[in-house]
Design a protein. Structure first.
Length: 89
């Protein structure tokens, strides 16, 4: 029928490796339970070590990762980018 097409790629940014690992565990758990589609490629990217880079820096890191991973075919993919690396104070 007229099913709505979901994202091809979901990329989540995290503030560090520990947070990225927790997000990856949650993704796998939700895939196993059928809460999120298995047909989607999920990636979690931690910020590089060092000074905090914010959403702008995380966006550049994510775009570089996607360009390297998918090359020219990136233009044909539906990508959702979720910034989830912030720590509120």
């Amino acid at each position: 029928g007229n099913a709505i097409k979901f994202w091809d790629v979901v990329l989540i940014t995290a503030s560090d490796e520990e947070q990225a690992s927790m997000y990856q565990d949650q993704i796998e758990w939700r895939k196993q339970l059928g809460f999120i589609p298995n047909s989607v490629q999920y990636f979690v990217l931690p910020d590089p070590p060092g000074a905090k880079i914010g959403n702008g820096g995380a966006t550049l890191v994510a775009l570089d990762f996607l360009r390297t991973k998918f090359g020219a075919s990136l233009a044909d993919l539906r990508v959702m980018l979720i910034h989830a690396g912030g720590y509120s104070t």
